[in-house]
Design a protein around this ligand. Structure first.
Ligand code: ZN
Length: 305
């Protein structure tokens, strides 16, 4: 049985935005009722959890809406619902991580928000749920060492920045676009492109096919195993999909399922509890985004069932 965290209040009202908030509900609908999946509502993270990762000025801006430029630095219109909804999505990530520590695997129908930095949001990411989760578990002693494997199309700059001061964390970002020339993310300002001891990046080349992706993934996975994490947080992004408007890669549904299968098989073999998140996906036909995410559940099933 896989416990999957979802809450109808995950999505703050942001109007007609390129970020398809609706997909989280659609993925919930697609997995609800499966005999081996149980949907559970998470609790929000606390302000204390946020304040170990983000600056007091930034957390206050998201809570109050002022100063407005900082409150909208992630490029969402601010509303009073933003703060509670982001505490809840970060709470979904934390709940899935805790569940994975008990069950071996779990998922949350949220993004990890990998562009969010200590003192500002970026690229549709408000609070960095990956690092808030890792930090909360490390602080409480529930998990001493936490690894992040980020396979969103975009480079996880916020996670890299926040990992740099957390030597017990390991962040691997396998990204697939020319990050700094990417039009949608031209406003991303924190350039944490220098890999460090505990944050590594691997670029997928334009036109990348399944064999090339798996070869690069097989370079990254031993780095994670060598780190000996107590928990792996996996961002299974839908934006590497070849029809995504930002993706220069040649990866279809089967290729992305092969990616997820490889990651799950690694976690099972290495006996590392794994919690996965959905991350980006901007394909115009939202059913194709949902299909990538449902494919991740299929990959889980074929490894663990
Ligand atoms: Zn992305």
């Amino acid at each position: 049985m896989l416990t999957v965290f979802h809450h109808p209040d995950f999505a703050a009202p942001i109007g007609d935005h390129i970020m398809p908030m609706r997909k989280f509900v659609l993925v919930a609908d697609a997995v609800r009722g499966k005999a081996d999946v149980m949907l559970v509502e998470p609790a929000p993270v606390t302000e204390a959890d946020l304040l170990r990762v983000h600056t007091p000025e930034y957390v206050a801006a998201i809570r109050t809406g002022e100063p407005r430029a900082l409150a909208e630095s992630q490029k969402f219109p601010w509303s009073p619902q933003l703060y509670p909804s982001v505490c809840l999505t970060n709470g979904g990530c934390l709940a899935a991580a805790r569940q994975a520590l008990r069950d071996g695997a779990s998922a949350a129908l949220v993004s990890g928000f990998h562009h969010a930095c200590a003192d500002q949001g970026e690229g549709f990411c408000t609070f960095n749920g990956l690092v808030v989760t890792a930090d909360t578990l490390n602080f409480s002693g529930e998990a001493a060492r936490v690894a992040v494997l980020d396979m969103d199309l975009h480079y996880g700059n916020g996670t890299a920045q926040l990992a740099a001061s957390r030597p017990w964390m390991f962040a691997a970002s396998i990204y697939g676009n020319d990050y700094w020339a990417n039009v949608s993310y031209r406003d991303v300002t924190v350039r944490h492109h220098e890999d460090g001891e505990n944050h590594r990046s691997h670029a997928l080349p334009a036109g990348c096919d399944r064999a090339t992706m798996l070869r690069i993934l097989d370079d990254a996975l031993p780095e994670i195993a060598a780190w000996k994490p107590d928990l792996l947080l996996y961002q299974a992004g839908a934006d590497p999909y070849h029809e995504d408007p930002f993706s220069p890669l040649a990866l279809d549904h089967d290729d992305l399922r092969a990616r997820d299968w490889r990651v799950f098989e690694f976690a099972r073999q290495e006996r590392i509890p794994i919690a996965w998140l959905l991350a980006g996906g901007y394909t115009k036909d939202i059913s194709k985004i949902v299909r990538v995410h449902v494919g991740t559940f299929e990959a889980w099933r074929s490894v663990w069932a």
